[in-house]
Every structure is written in C-alpha cells, then in structure tokens.
Design a protein around this ligand. Structure first.
Ligand code: UD1
Length: 348
C-alpha cells in the first residue's frame, strides 16, 4: 500500500457517512484492511446496501450499517449514542454538477445542512476528528497550470459552492474549537473499481459521469458516448481531467485518518495523479481495456465544464508519502471488470 505513515494513531472506530456509495464503500475496505472498525451511515439515496455485502466478501467483515439521513439531527444523535466513535469520514452528499444547477437549494440542504448537522452531533458526542470529501471543482476554471492547494477558489456551480461552504464551515469550527481536527481532501476524478471485481460504480439512472457512461456503452446498455465539446484549447479538442483510481483515493482517507492529529486547524490536500487525460484519450484507453470499439460522437460542450483540471499533488506526497499507485490502463481495466460482471450493476 502506498499510503505509508509513521504516525498512525492505531485502530479506530470510524463513522463513514455515505459508506454505501462508490468512494465510501472502497474506503470501508481499506479501513477494515488497515485494522479499523467501521460504522456506515447512509440513506441509500445513491448508495447500495449490496455494496456493504461486497465489503464483507472482500474483507470478511460487514460494516455496521445505520440507515440514516445526515440532515436528521435526532437520528444522528442516536447513532452516536449507540456507537462509540473515534473519528468521522464524511462522504454523504449530492454530487451531480448538472443537477445542482436545477435544484441548487437541495444541494445546499443536503451538503451544507447535512455537514452542519453532522458536525454538531459529533460535537455533542465528543467526537472531534473529521476527514471531509471535497472536490477539485471548487477551483473553477483554470489555465494550463496544474493546481496546487493555494490556487484561488472559483466554484462554477452550486455543487462546487456547497463543497467550498462545507470546507469553510469545518475550517471555522477548527478555528474556534481548539480540540477540533480536520482534513479536507479535494479529489480530482475518481474512477476504476476494486480489483476483485466485487465493488464498483453503479449510479442510479443514466450515468452523469464519463466512465460509468463509457462502461455502459461498452457493455451494450447504451449506444454511444457523447463527447461533450471538441473545440477546447487542448491537443485533441476534448476536455482534460486528472483521473485517479478509487482505491488510491480510498487509501488517501486511511492516510488522512493517520495524520488528522498532526496539526491544529484544517489540513487541505489534493488527491489526483498529476496526469491529464482528454475525453478522447480516455475513450481509447477504455476501448483497449474492454477490447472492443466504443462508438462516440462529438457534441456541444456541457454547461459548467472547464477545459482542463489537473492536480499538483506535491503537498500530499511530501506530508504523508501518499502517492497514487495505479495508472489509467489499470483504472479502465478494473472499471471494465466490474461492469462486465455486473451489466445491470448490483441488481444483477
Ligand atoms: C465533476 C466535478 C468533480 C466532481 C464530479 C462528481 C467539476 C469541474 N468537476 O467532475 O469535482 O467530483 O463531477 O460527479 O465540476 N463527459 C463527456 N461525456 C459524458 C460525460 C462526461 O464527454 O457523457 C466529459 C465531461 O465533459 C468532462 C469529462 O468527461 O470533460 C469528465 O466528466 P465527469 O465524469 O462528469 O466529471 P467532471 O465533470 O470532471
């Protein structure tokens, strides 16, 4: 495992909100394999209870599961009463950029309201460590440079605004409550699946993100990929992102837990690979992994998209020795392995 640490704080009982979702379920696996106990809080609006069964198949342990909406303060208090928790990893959120422009207030309600409710309940329970799931989208539009954590924030949609508001709330909590410790992880584009083929990405409804869509084209559920924009100022005209394996992201959370006590205040790190890949390059890599043609058509740009988002990951490498282990071919191979064996997702 690449996320090495000299300062491990030992086995913890960790409350994982959104633990039945894509990144959350992969993080449960890495936590359990690192010796931690896991309590999942999820309302199953986007996650799958079956993912927790898969966590058990992989690790031998099914996380304790509490079906709770994080905006329900009384239910959260009851969870904290039932389980003595040392730390929180907070994933539960709405995450579709396009949808956030249609129902912005729901995004603020779940993401910002939910985080406020969680922080308050944690405080009542005496739990002062939190690792927060943030997003590169809060950097907004940028030029050709890779983004380090000092890049200005410029959210371009309500989803991104909601993530920035959560970061600010957590930072203020750290500032005025001496015992509060926090790490915010700004992920770039997590893709791939667990190498066992048992856990993967299974969005409800039509996929909004590019890899689940590509995978469903490859497996025959959809006709062709629409490439959003062929006239970006990039070498092939399609937009560039920093795709990172979900297992590397999950291990980043285990490292964050090990280091959450390192310093007061909120620590902030990018998690990506530092490698940019265009949509057309990604399509080609996925077609190679699946060993089949993936039809596509170039259409207009998608509202709210930016030409290029690539991480500078120097800070997290220096601080924790975390570095991504898997390349793009492996990300595509693993995503395809899950899709091929679960053409209809967890409902197979
Ligand atoms: C966005 C957010 C990211 C967030 C993620 C969660 C931004 C800039 N980034 O990622 O922070 O964590 O959503 O959902 O807001 N594409 C196609 N065809 C498709 C789908 C996508 O060409 O059918 C293209 C997009 O235009 C984009 C790239 O593929 O250039 C990646 O898109 P997507 O997977 O949706 O992720 P982001 O929008 O980059």
């Amino acid at each position: 495992m690449s996320a090495t640490s000299d300062t491990s704080i030992g086995p913890q009982r960790v409350l994982v909100t959104g633990g039945a979702g894509f990144i959350g379920s992969h993080t449960c696996v890495e936590l359990i394999e690192s010796g931690h106990d896991v309590v999942v809080v999820d309302d199953l609006s986007a996650g799958h209870a079956a993912a927790l069964d898969r966590v058990r198949e992989i690790t031998g342990t099914r996380p304790v599961f509490e079906r709770v909406d994080i905006t329900d303060a009384a239910a959260l208090d009851a969870v904290f009463r039932r389980h003595s928790v040392d730390a929180i990893i907070h994933f539960a959120a709405r995450k579709a950029v396009g949808e956030s422009t249609e129902i912005p207030l729901d995004y603020f309600d779940t993401n910002v309201g939910g985080t406020a409710s969680l922080l308050a309940a944690a405080r009542r329970a005496g739990v002062h460590r939190i690792v927060f799931s943030s997003s590169c989208s809060i950097y907004g539009s940028t030029g050709a440079h890779d983004l380090d954590e000092s890049a200005p924030t410029a959210p371009a949609n309500p989803y991104a605004w909601s993530k920035l508001a959560c970061e600010q709330m957590i930072e203020q909590a750290c500032r005025y409550h001496d015992e509060q410790r926090a790490v915010s992880l700004r992920y770039f584009n997590p893709i791939g699946a667990h190498p066992s083929g048992l856990l993967g990405e299974d969005p409800h409804g039509t996929p909004r993100n590019v890899v689940p869509y590509l995978a469903q084209v490859a497996v025959g559920r959809r006709e062709r990929l629409q490439v959003f924009g062929g006239d970006y100022p990039t070498p092939d005209g399609s937009a560039i992102r920093d795709y990172v394996h979900v297992v590397d992201i999950a291990r980043g959370h285990v490292a964050a837990l090990d280091h959450v006590d390192d310093q007061p205040g909120m620590q902030l790190f990018n998690l990506g690979t530092g490698q940019g890949t265009s949509v057309l390059e990604l399509r080609a890599a996925f077609a190679a992994a699946a060993d089949r043609d993936i039809p596509y058509v170039v259409v207009d740009r998608r509202a709210g998209d930016v030409p290029r988002l690539v991480a500078d990951i120097g800070a997290v490498r220096r601080a924790w020795s975390w570095k991504p282990e898997y390349d793009l071919a492996t990300m595509c191979r693993d995503a395809w392995r899950f899709q091929k064996s679960h053409p209809e997702g967890y409902r197979r």
